[in-house]
Design a protein around this ligand. Structure first.
Ligand SMILES: [Zn+2]
Ligand SMILES: [Zn+2]
Length: 189
C-alpha cells in the first residue's frame, strides 16, 4: 500500500510518502485515527478554517475501504503539491512546489518554486527545454535554519546541492539507493 501525506502551511508545501506492504490492520488504524482526529477538531472548532480540507466528507466509511486507493484519499488533506508520476489518479499533470531541475542539455541544476504544476522547464543558461518526468524526492537540510526543505528533482547525480531559500546556506543531499530519494547531508559544507 501507498501512504501519502501532504500539508500546506504558510504557503510552503510539504509532502511525505512511503510504500509499505499491504496491511489491512495498519490501514484501518490510520483511518480510525484520522476519523477520530477530525471528530475532535470539529468539536473543538465549529468554524472550518479556510485552509482545511476542501472535501471534509471524504472519509465517511473509513472502516470499510472498498478499494486499496481509499487510504490515500482519506489521508489527503488538500490538493496535492504535485502528482506522483506512478499514481493512477492524477489531477493536474506536472510538478508543483520546490523543484530542483537539471537541464538535460547543459546539466545546470536550478532550484525554484513552481506555484502551478509545470511539465517542462526552460534553462536559463542555455535555453534548452527540459521535460519534467520521473521526479524524485530530495530533502535538503539547512544547518543554519535547522530546517529541511523538500524538493522534487529530475537529476540522477549521486549528490545534489542547493542554497537554502531562507538564508542562502549551501545544502547537500545524497542519493539513497534503498529509499530511492535524496536524503539530507546534515553536516555543514
Ligand atoms: Zn541548459
Ligand atoms: Zn537556511
Amino acid at each position: 500500500m501507498y501512504i501519502r501525506i501532504e500539508t500546506e502551511k504558510d504557503g510552503w508545501a510539504t509532502r511525505w510518502e512511503t510504500r509499505v506492504r499491504d496491511d489491512e490492520g495498519l490501514m484501518k488504524a490510520l483511518l480510525r485515527t484520522v476519523k477520530r482526529y477530525r471528530a475532535e477538531a470539529e468539536t473543538q472548532d465549529q468554524a472550518v478554517p479556510a485552509d482545511k480540507p476542501e472535501t471534509p466528507d471524504k472519509p465517511e466509511t473509513p472502516d470499510k475501504p472498498e478499494t486499496p486507493d481509499k487510504p490515500e484519499t482519506a489521508a489527503q488533506q488538500r490538493e496535492p503539491a504535485a502528482p506522483v508520476p506512478t499514481e493512477k489518479e492524477e489531477r493536474k499533470p506536472g510538478y508543483r512546489g520546490f523543484l530542483l531541475v537539471q537541464c538535460s542539455q547543459c546539466g545546470k541544476l536550478r532550484g525554484f518554486s513552481a506555484r502551478e504544476p509545470i511539465t517542462e522547464r526552460t534553462c536559463r543558461e542555455c535555453g534548452y527545454v527540459t521535460v519534467l518526468k520521473d521526479m524524485v524526492q530530495a530533502d535538503l537540510y539547512c544547518p543554519t535554519c535547522k530546517k529541511t526543505w523538500r524538493y522534487q528533482t529530475n537529476t540522477t547525480d549521486a549528490e545534489v546541492f542547493c542554497t537554502c531559500i531562507a538564508c542562502g546556506t549551501m545544502m547537500r543531499a545524497k542519493w539513497d539507493k534503498q529509499l530511492r530519494r535524496y536524503q539530507p547531508v546534515k553536516e555543514e559544507i
